[in-house]
Design a protein around this ligand. Structure first.
Ligand code: ADP
Length: 487
C-alpha cells in the first residue's frame, strides 16, 4: 500500500531546539508515526543555536528560491535524522531570517512579537512549501504545529492557483496553545509574501490592521485538532478561546482533541543517563538516591522523610506560579522542601528568586533552561506541582508520573484528562478544582499528609510509574485523520 506522506512544520524540535512542550511533541509523535508506516518528515529552521557537532547534517538542496520581501531569497536544505529514529529532519538554512538569535525573539515566546519574529515565521511558512520540487518529494499533508506554521494553509491556497501539485496538498493544524497566536501587522505579512488582500479574500484582518496567524490557520486548514479532549471543548468558550472561540465554533465539525503522549524512550527512569541512579517500579532504591542527590544540589537537609515538591516549567502566567508565591510563607512552615526550575516572565522569575532567598533551607529556584536538572527534579522529587490556570495538555505531569513523582494539578485541559484525584477517584495524583491559593494549599496539605503513610504513597507511585504515556494510541488517531484527509 502507498505510504501516506506527511511533513511536520514546527518552530521547535526536541532535542535539537526546545523551549517547551511543542518541541517534545514534534520530536516524539513522528517517531511513533514512522513505526506505524507513515512517511513522515519534519521541517524546522536551521537556527544558529542548533549544535551541528551533535546533530551532523548533510546538504540535500541548495539555491532553492523563496520569494520574500520583494527579493528572491536562496535557501539551502540540510538533513539530519531525528535522534533515535530514521525520521528525516529538514533544516531550512537562511541566515538572515532563520539563523540569527535563538529560537524566539521574545523571552516568553509571546504572541505579539516584533517584526523580526513575524518575518522569521512567515519565512518558515513560505520556505517550508518551497523545497518539494528540489527534493522530488511532495507530501500529501502538511501538518502545521501552532501559529508559527499558521500561514501555510493560506500560502498553499494562493500558490495552488498556479501550481496544481501544491493544490493537491492538504493541511492539518495542531493547536498547542490558544494564547500564542502570532499577531502581526497584516502589511508586514502581505509585503513579505508578496500577496495582496485580493489574493486571498478570506484573510481576516482586524480593525487595527493586525492579523493573527493562528486565526488564519484555524480558518484555512483542512482539519484541526488540539492536544487533549478537554481542551478541545474548553476552547469553544470565551474563557479559553482567547478571542477565537467563534472561529473555532465554525470549524467545530473538523476539530478534535487528541491527547499528547511523551517519548517513553527518552523519558525512561530505567535508562535515563542524566539522573543520579536508575530505577523502576519494581526497584525504587534508585529513586531514593535521586532524591538524596537533588537535596544535595539544593543544599537541603538530606532526609527521605521530608517530601520534596518539584516544578519544571516555563514561567508564564498560565502556569500557576503566582499561586505558589501566594502560599510560600505557609508552605515554608510545613515540613517540606521546594525546588523550581524555570525561566520566562521576569516578574515571575523575581517572585521565585525572592522566596528562594527568603527560605534558603527549604526553597530553591534555578532560573534557566536546563534539560539535565529538569530530569533530576522529575526523578528526585516526591510531588510535582502543576496548578495551571489553563493547560492544553501538559507534559510535565506525565513525565513526573513516569518517574514516580505524584502530581498536584488543577482540573483543566489535559491535566484533567491525565490525572484523577487520589481521594475522590482512587486516582494518580491530587487535584484542585478552582484556581485559588487556599484550595491549592489545602491540596498540597492533602498530598503531604498522604505522603506520611508510606504504604499508601507507594501504591500511588507504583500506579503512576506503570501508567502508559506512550504515543502509540494517539499516533493511530492522527493516522486515521491523515487517511480521511488524503482520500
Ligand atoms: P509547555 O508546552 O506549556 O511549556 P508542557 O508541560 O507541555 O508545557 O511541556 C514543558 C516541557 O518543557 C517539558 O518537557 C519540561 O520538562 C520542559 N521544560 C520547561 N521548562 C524547562 C526548563 N527551564 N528547563 C528544562 N526543561 C524545561
Amino acid at each position: 500500500m502507498k505510504k501516506i506522506k506527511v511533513l511536520f512544520v514546527s518552530s521547535e524540535l526536541t532535542p535539537l531546539a526546545k523551549v517547551g512542550g511543542l518541541g517534545d511533541v514534534a520530536g516524539a509523535l513522528p517517531k511513533a508515526l514512522i513505526k506505524l508506516g507513515v512517511d513522515v518528515r519534519i521541517a524546522i529552521p536551521r537556527y544558529g543555536v542548533i549544535d551541528a557537532q551533535k546533530y551532523p547534517q548533510k546538504k540535500v538542496a541548495e539555491n532553492v528560491i523563496v520569494p520574500f520581501n520583494g527579493a528572491n531569497e536562496p535557501v539551502a536544505i540540510f538533513e539530519t535524522p531525528l535522534p533515535g529514529s530514521e525520521v528525516p529532519v529538514y533544516l531550512i538554512d537562511h541566515k538572515k531570517y532563520l539563523g540569527e538569535n535563538g529560537i524566539y525573539f521574545e523571552k516568553d515566546a509571546s504572541s505579539s512579537g516584533s517584526n523580526r519574529e513575524a518575518e522569521r515565521f512567515t519565512f518558515l511558512a513560505r520556505s517550508s512549501v518551497g523545497f518539494f520540487e528540489a527534493l522530488d518529494w511532495y507530501p500529501d499533508i502538511v501538518h502545521c504545529q501552532d501559529w508559527h506554521a499558521g500561514m501555510i494553509p493560506v500560502i498553499l491556497k494562493v500558490l495552488a492557483k498556479k501550481n496544481k501539485k501544491l493544490g493537491n496538498i492538504k493541511t492539518m493544524l495542531t493547536i498547542h496553545n490558544m494564547e500564542y497566536q502570532g499577531w502581526y501587522q497584516a502589511e508586514t505579512i502581505f509585503k513579505a509574501l508578496g500577496f495582496s488582500a485580493s489574493d486571498y479574500p478570506a484573510l481576516k484582518i482586524q480593525k487595527d490592521g493586525h492579523i493573527s496567524s493562528l486565526q488564519q490557520a484555524i480558518l484555512a486548514s483542512d482539519y484541526l485538532n488540539t492536544v487533549s479532549p478537554s481542551y478541545a471543548e474548553e476552547i469553544l468558550t470565551p474563557e479559553y478561546g482567547a478571542g477565537l472561540e467563534n472561529d473555532l465554533l465554525t470549524r467545530k465539525n473538523e476539530l478534535v482533541g487528541i491527547l499528547n503522549g511523551i517519548d517513553v524512550e527518552r523519558f525512561d527512569p530505567e535508562t535515563d543517563e542524566s539522573i543520579t541512579a536508575n530505577f523502576s517500579a519494581k526497584d525504587l532504591s534508585g529513586k531514593a538516591k535521586c532524591k538524596e542527590g537533588l537535596q544535595q544540589i539544593c543544599n537541603f537537609k538530606k532526609d527521605k522523610n521530608i517530601p520534596v515538591l518539584g516544578i519544571v516549567s516555563r514561567l508564564a502566567d498560565q502556569k500557576g506560579i503566582d499561586l505558589i508565591y501566594e502560599v510560600a510563607d505557609k508552605l515554608a512552615r510545613e515540613n517540606i522542601q521546594f525546588v523550581l526550575l524555570g525561566t520566562g516572565d521576569p516578574k515571575l522569575e523575581k517572585m521565585m528568586a525572592e522566596i528562594s532567598h527568603k527560605y534558603p533551607q527549604k526553597m530553591y529556584a534555578k532560573l534557566e533552561f536546563n534539560a539535565k536538572f529538569a530530569q533530576e527534579i522529575y526523578a528526585g522529587s516526591d510531588i510535582f506541582l502543576m496548578p495551571s490556570k489553563f493547560e492544553p495538555c501538559g507534559l510535565g505531569q506525565m513525565i513526573a508520573m513516569r518517574y514516580g513523582t505524584v502530581p498536584i494539578v488543577r482540573a483543566t485541559g489535559g491535566l484533567k484528562d491525565t490525572v484523577a484525584d487520589y481521594h475522590e477517584n482512587d486516582g494518580e495524583g491530587f487535584v484542585l478544582k478552582n484556581y485559588d491559593s487556599a484550595e491549592f494549599f489545602e491540596t498540597v496539605k492533602r498530598a503531604i499528609n498522604t505522603f506520611q503513610d508510606q504504604k499508601k504513597w507507594y501504591n500511588i507511585v507504583e500506579k503512576d510509574i506503570k501508567k502508559d504515556f506512550s504515543w502509540k494510541s494517539s499516533a493511530k488517531k492522527y493516522i486515521q485523520l491523515y487517511k480521511k484527509l488524503s482520500k
